[in-house]
Design a binder for this molecule. Structure first.
Ligand code: ATP
Length: 241
């Protein structure tokens, strides 16, 4: 469904952040990207969602295809239109709007009010906590609630692929559990996921397949359950020795 072929990414024409990355994501799969700080995980998500330009970055070699069509030269809004939504790291809710207004913004391309209502209902069914908080100003919600809201906002566009960056960052363990529960339900409903996680145990739990990145290159890849048993992965990414 989504393929990267020998992708290089350069920032400000000088910093080579990805040095020839190839990977693929099949329909219905969850693929996790693991790796330490600066390995290039977020850069991969920005490259696929067309958001590198705002940071003076570009795909300087290779190709990214979505359902066979090259997307690496497209504007971010066009990538969204084709069904790929990037939920960025560092919570970016619209702080002065209510939770429900945030969701409606996520559904801005839905032309039909009845359909908009159906999508809101779907979000609230999956996340009853958001239903209870729909009138709350988003800036006053907890970190975990804001993360759920961002997932809900992405759902409003009915994406084929959600590329999500560090959904557990800064959250308490119970909240991480809730966030992953929602991601897992969405996966069961057929959403394809590209997941970046420093919390590799949570990420590998949801993922079918994973790639480990180091210094802009893929150094290891395989089925997530197999990687979770790999001694190097356990030592460096799962904190188990
Ligand atoms: P982290 O978990 O710390 O976010 P990461 O694996 O997501 O790490 P990236 O953020 O993709 O790593 O960074 C990859 C490389 O690109 C790093 O060397 C980083 O310093 C560099 N880089 C990232 N963003 C920019 C930018 N806007 N301008 C210049 N260099 C950047």
């Amino acid at each position: 469904m989504l393929e990267l072929h020998n992708v290089e990414v350069t920032y400000s024409d000088v910093i080579l952040a990805l040095k020839g990355v190839s990977l693929s994501l099949r329909e219905g799969q969850c693929v996790a990207l693991l790796g330490g700080n600066g390995a290039g995980k977020s850069t991969i998500l920005k490259a696929i969602s067309g958001t590198l330009k705002s940071e003076d970055g570009k795909v300087s070699a290779g190709a990214i295809t979505l359902e066979g069509t090259p997307i690496h030269n497209l504007e971010a809004s066009e990538v969204v239109r084709r069904g790929l939504i990037h939920v960025m790291e560092g919570r970016r809710v619209l702080r002065h709007m209510t939770a429900e207004q945030n969701l409606i913004v996520g559904g801005h391309m839905v032309p039909d009010r009845a359909e908009l209502k159906r999508r809101l209902d779907h979000v609230y069914t999956l996340m009853p906590r958001l239903a209870n908080l729909k009138s709350r100003t988003a800036g006053f919600m907890s970190g975990g609630e804001q993360q759920l809201l961002l997932i809900g906002r992405a759902m409003m566009a009915r994406p084929k692929i959600i590329a999500i960056d560090e959904p557990s960052l800064g959250l308490a363990p119970l909240m991480i559990h809730d966030v992953y529960e929602v991601l897992s339900r969405l996966k069961e409903e057929g959403t394809t996921f590209f997941l970046v996680e420093q919390n590799s145990a949570a990420g590998l739990g949801l993922a079918d397949y994973a790639y480990v990145l180091e210094n802009g290159r893929v150094v290891l890849d395989g089925r997530a359950d197999k990687l979770a048993q790999n001694e190097d992965v356990k030592e460096f990414y799962l904190g188990v020795t």
